[in-house]
Design a protein around this ligand. Structure first.
Ligand code: GAL
Length: 387
């Protein structure tokens, strides 16, 4: 291990816990309640909320916030990896509950890491971007996530199920999706093996899947969006009716655009996607896209962010878009990664507006409340689809 690595390990073992413990409280539970994007958001026990790159599920009057649990884990400068990343040991998928979106009670780990045994859930591996959906037919909660090795070469999708929103979820395993199936919009050239043709390369063993999200449509059909083909192209793939597998019907979208961190919602009968580019933990310019059919074609609409550092997504990266239950409005949820101290990464939630036509807009706000969000002008929105 290099001297720099040893120094970083020591420095962060000492400094990060102190940073977490002494940051200013800037969130929630106060009167009037407000969101302060980028502040330290604490749960009802006073601990910083530890639910990164996650999602929110609304079920029977309660919001459940899930995400990557990173607190209390060893910081690992990934000195030996060519991609130069940083990581913390994986703790699992955390869950918090709330009735008002401001006050969050910790429900513990919905899917804990499994120490002392090899396998996807070993703390040394990667479990990222957990997304939980509810299946009305089976009455099961289904968790999808990105599963990977520490150096991200596996690129798989994982799935877990539970009868309760807070878990514990039972892990069902991971796989490379859509093996042996060509996408709906395949061309003859796509089928020809050759340098750089990752779709054809991975045809038999299944397509690569890293950053992902799931979306449940009004008709109950669910789709998974995953960054594939060495992160160059996104795939949209239909899930089976029980939501536990891919159904073998998918298309390639945003071809060659290196899109990550997808967040999908539906508004006025159209599908929308907000996502990032591909720069690891470092922020880049967000992009948005719209489609009449979920399988595409998707038309890019540019950067939805407006205000200071809008070209860097306010130093954040998209995670999820929450339809608000008691109005036809949406909340854009993002992560502000601290790549040298991932456990102290912060959250950016901002109300989403439209430009009067079809383009989604996310203007920066230092503070905002749900009552403000509800007065924004978003007309003819579709009904919420979280449950
Ligand atoms: C980002 C991705 C994150 C994480 C990170 C690792 O691009 O969105 O979820 O995988 O890379 O460097």
């Amino acid at each position: 291990m290099s001297r720099l690595c040893r120094f970083l390990k020591l420095a962060f073992a000492v400094v990060v816990p102190v940073m977490i413990g002494t940051s200013a409280v800037a969130f929630a539970g106060t009167d009037p309640a407000q969101f302060a994007p980028g502040g330290v958001w604490r749960d009802t026990d006073g601990n910083p909320i530890d639910a990164h790159a996650g999602c929110i599920l609304f079920h029977e009057g309660i919001y459940y916030w899930y995400g990557e649990a990173k607190a209390g884990r060893t910081f690992l400068p990934d000195c030996n990896k060519s991609w130069g990343g940083t990581r913390v040991d994986m703790a699992g998928v955390s869950c918090y509950s709330s009735t008002n979106l401001y006050d969050w009670k910790s429900e513990g780990l919905a899917l804990p890491a499994v120490s002392g045994a090899p396998g996807d859930l070993n703390p040394g591996n990667v479990v990222e971007r957990p997304k939980i959906i509810y299946n009305r037919k089976t009455k099961q909660f289904v968790m999808w996530m990105h599963i990977d090795s520490a150096d991200y070469h596996e690129a798989r999708l994982g799935v877990a199920v539970s009868d309760s929103p807070t878990g514990p979820f039972t892990y069902r395993g991971s796989f490379r999706p859509d093996a042996g199936v060509w996408p709906l919009n395949v061309t003859d050239a796509d089928k020809t093996a050759g340098t750089g043709n990752y779709l054809a390369r991975d045809f038999q063993k299944g397509q690569m899947a890293r950053d992902m999200t799931v979306f449940v449509d009004d008709d109950g059909k669910a789709y998974i969006f995953y960054a594939s083909e060495e992160n160059s192209t996104m795939h949209v793939s239909l899930l089976t009716d029980d939501y536990l597998k891919t159904a073998g019907k998918y298309s390639r979208i945003l071809v060659g655009r290196s899109t990550e961190a997808p967040a999908v919602f539906k508004h006025d009968g159209k599908y929308y996607l907000i996502a990032s580019g591909c720069t690891g933990w470092d922020p880049n310019t967000a992009r948005s896209a719209v489609a009449d059919s979920i399988f595409g074609p998707w038309k890019e609409l540019g950067n939805p962010c407006a205000g200071p550092d809008a070209d860097k997504t306010f130093h954040g990266q998209s995670a999820f878009i929450l339809p608000m239950q008691d109005s036809n409005k949406f909340i854009f949820m993002a992560d502000r990664w601290n790549k040298w101290a991932l456990a102290s990464s912060r959250y950016l939630w901002l109300p989403l507006e439209f430009d009067g036509q079809e383009k989604p807009l996310v203007p920066w706000r230092n503070n905002w409340s749900l009552s403000v969000a509800k007065t924004l002008n978003i007309s003819q929105a579709s009904s919420p689809t979280t449950e």
